[in-house]
Design a protein around this ligand. Structure first.
Ligand code: TXA
Ligand code: MG
Length: 320
């Protein structure tokens, strides 16, 4: 059975959390983006445990979470662009994929034997836990591979209810979408996954226009199309849903519908609110066991780009 620990009682529980990590076991870790399934990134057996719990393919590398630049520099090679990005956005929802330091003791399973490592410094109490542990934590989102990401501790507890898992419960995640992932190679910035740190924000501080990889070329498994899939079929850009389906509204779309299976991502049309509600509402509507969830149009600008990216993955054919 999984056990939730309230984040405000972190001081009381920090010793047991550190002991659990030291033993090579996983914990449920709250971050500002989504909840992670975290284990010692330097311990191969611990990392193997993450892959097993998630049913995750081993070729898909994990992000290493650090408590700041000093820890990050031991594992990734920072050029001036990477330094600028870390100084501007850390702690925060940005993952930097950098060449790995030859002396790094991060286990090969974490990087799937690539010559790069994904580094992220999360906001909030995750940073305190990593600092107390003193080593990076490998942490993918705490869902089964291919399923919806968890934005609340209850989602994690529900997925891993058969498992002994300590979950630190810090309430709903502030952002609700996974971090933006950028790869830095010399002076080239490539956005591997869109998130709440947008291309414009990255360009504004680095003066480099980020590239997007060609969609035909999978650079990271996070670019695989079907991802974050609910059980129901997802129909996008739907303005007038039939009565027998669930509807995920946005702004004025959905506010007038009589259907009981209707949730509105943000009645006021706020993209931030919509991002924070997205996974929770998709999970709630999916639990109603409807055959399809229709989704209102969400603007394709700013944070809306990352929201539409996740919706497209949820809607993609499941075997792609
Ligand atoms: O917001 C987040 O990033 C959350 C929280 C828990 O921090 N984590 C997360 O992890 O979304 P995950 O494993 O679900 O997604 C990480 C993605 C993977 O799809 C992987 O392909 C990519 O990051 N990745 C990790 N290391 C990489 C590397 N060295 N090169 C390219 N892609 C990498
Ligand atoms: Mg994930």
């Amino acid at each position: 059975m999984s056990v939730n620990i309230a984040a405000y009682k972190l001081n009381e529980h920090i010793d047991v959390l550190i002991r659990t990590l030291d033993k090579g076991q996983c914990i449920g870790l709250p971050t500002e983006t989504v909840y992670g399934l975290a284990a010692d990134a330097t311990n191969g057996e611990a990392v193997a445990g993450i892959f097993e719990m998630k049913d995750r393919p081993r070729f898909n590398p994990l992000i290493c979470h650090v408590d700041g630049l000093a820890m990050a520099r031991k594992h990734g090679k920072f050029n001036p662009i990477a330094e600028t990005l870390a100084n501007t956005f850390w702690p925060g929802p940005l993952t930097l994929v950098l060449p790995i330091q030859p002396a790094s003791n991060i286990h090969d399973l974490v990087t799937a034997n690539l010559s790069s490592v994904g580094l992220r410094c999360p906001k909030g109490i995750a940073g305190q836990i990593i600092a107390a542990f003193g080593r990076p934590l490998a942490a993918p989102s705490a869902n089964k591979s291919g399923k919806l990401s968890p934005s609340r501790a209850e989602h994690v507890a529900d997925t891993f209810k058969e498992t002994d898992l300590l979950i630190v419960d810090d309430g709903p995640c502030e952002v609700g979408l996974e971090s933006t992932i950028v790869k830095i190679a010399d002076d080239v910035i490539t956005i591997l996954r869109q998130g709440s740190i947008t291309a414009e924000m990255i360009e504004a501080c680095t003066k480099v226009i980020p590239a997007f990889p060609e969609s035909s070329k999978i650079e990271a498994p996070c670019m695989i199309k079907s991802h974050n899939a609910p059980n129901a079929e997802i129909i996008l850009e739907s303005k007038a849903p039939p009565h027998d389906v669930a509807y995920l509204g946005f702004g004025s779309y959905g506010s007038q519908l009589p259907n009981k299976n209707v949730l509105n991502l943000s009645a006021t049309g706020s993209l931030r609110e919509a991002a924070a509600n997205l996974y929770d509402y998709l999970q709630k509507l999916d639990k109603t066991a409807v055959s399809a969830i229709h989704v209102a149009p969400v603007p394709h600008t700013g944070l809306g780009l990352a929201i539409n990216d996740r919706l497209n993955r949820a809607a993609a054919p499941r075997n792609s």
